[in-house]
Write a protein that binds this ligand. Sequence first.
Ligand code: SF4
Length: 79
Amino acid sequence: MRIIVDLVRCQSYGQCIYAAPTVFRFNGEASLEFDYAPDDALREKVERAVAACPVQAIRIGLPDAPPAGEPPVTARGEA
Ligand code: SF4
């Protein structure tokens, strides 16, 4: 699995570290480090971290992956 953390949004609350300590950690005072490709066995913990983050900074998935269930984009004619 892949995870993405928006480090601009992250406010270093540390809730993700409590939820998934083998995936997220602080490096120094408040600099978040994380494993961007944790083992699938950790999915439940990562999902808990996603839910626990107060600013919704963590996402599961690839950066370029289209949103699940979204219909394909179609071109519209001018006529
Ligand atoms: S819970 Fe969210 S805001 Fe807090 S350290 Fe983790 S990613 Fe950052």
